[in-house]
Design a protein around this ligand. Structure first.
Ligand SMILES: CC(=O)N[C@H](C=O)[C@@H](O)[C@H](O)[C@H](O)COP(=O)(O)O
Length: 236
């Protein structure tokens, strides 16, 4: 197993991402977010875009960085457009920015077939043999294709829930992946409660990634506020 993949085992990975329409957008802000996660004990972070990855890397050579390169949806795009590190060029930018691992959208959609996914995975493996590759999947079948490709190091539940909404983490997918494949599994997506960690650990997750519940203050605020407002509604 690659050293960078081994370093992720048993870790709580903090995803530090801010979109352009939020106040925390920008590499300097994300650097502080990563620094805060490190202060809390995180040894692995997930960062988006080359400038954020470079900013995170400047904090420490020892920090393990999972880099992604999102292409934000344009008018007319649909869920069939893969958006997390969708091309080889986007992957190269992540590697050149100093990431140890790269994660990419491993979905099979109407616009991106199995053969194109496999071609991309093999191209990445050949060009960057030392980089760990995490497959951000939505469904079991995609994980299966990635596992059989021999060009992926970690299977991740990142995009489960994107197509068919579910509540909480996809513990069932984690359980199935652990039962059928030998690759490490990252439980990512909708982990908000301590009991969610219990559930994915019980299902066998080798690592956990938390984003929004730690690093998106506007959504954290909204969640608490909605709960409070609901109580007021019921009291009326
Ligand atoms: C679906 C999608 O675009 N997921 C993105 C992947 O990079 C991020 O926006 C998520 O924050 C990340 O996966 C962590 O998940 P959560 O924020 O639920 O803890």
């Amino acid at each position: 197993m690659k050293t960078c993949v081994n370093a992720c085992l048993g870790q709580l990975i903090v995803s530090c991402q801010a979109y352009e329409d939020t106040p925390l957008y920008g590499a300097e802000n994300m650097k502080r977010m990563v620094q805060s996660a490190m202060l809390g004990g995180a040894k692995v972070v997930r960062c988006c875009w080359p400038q954020d990855i470079r900013a995170a890397r400047s904090l420490s050579p020892d920090l393990i960085i999972i880099g992604i390169n999102k292409v934000m949806p344009q008018v007319g795009d649909s869920l069939d457009d893969v958006f997390i590190t969708p091309t080889f060029e986007k992957a190269r930018e992540v590697v050149e920015a100093g990431a140890d691992l790269l994660a990419l959208d491993a979905r099979i959609t109407k616009k991106r077939g199995k053969s194109e996914l496999l071609e991309l995975l093999h191209q990445i493996r050949e060009a960057f043999p030392n980089i760990g590759v995490m497959a951000d999947c939505a469904a079991y079948e995609e994980c299966q294709i990635c596992a059989q490709s021999g060009a992926v190091d970690i299977l991740s539940t990142t995009l489960s829930g994107l197509v068919k909404p579910i509540e909480g983490p996809d513990t069932e997918l984690v359980r199935q992946l652990k039962a059928d494949f030998t690759l490490p599994v990252n439980a990512e997506g909708r982990i908000w409660e301590l009991k969610d960690i219990d559930a994915v650990v019980e299902a066998g997750a080798d690592m956990i990634t938390i984003g929004t519940a730690i690093t998106r203050p506007h959504l954290i605020t909204e969640r608490f506020l909605n709960h409070y407002l609901q109580l007021q509604d019921h009291a009326e």
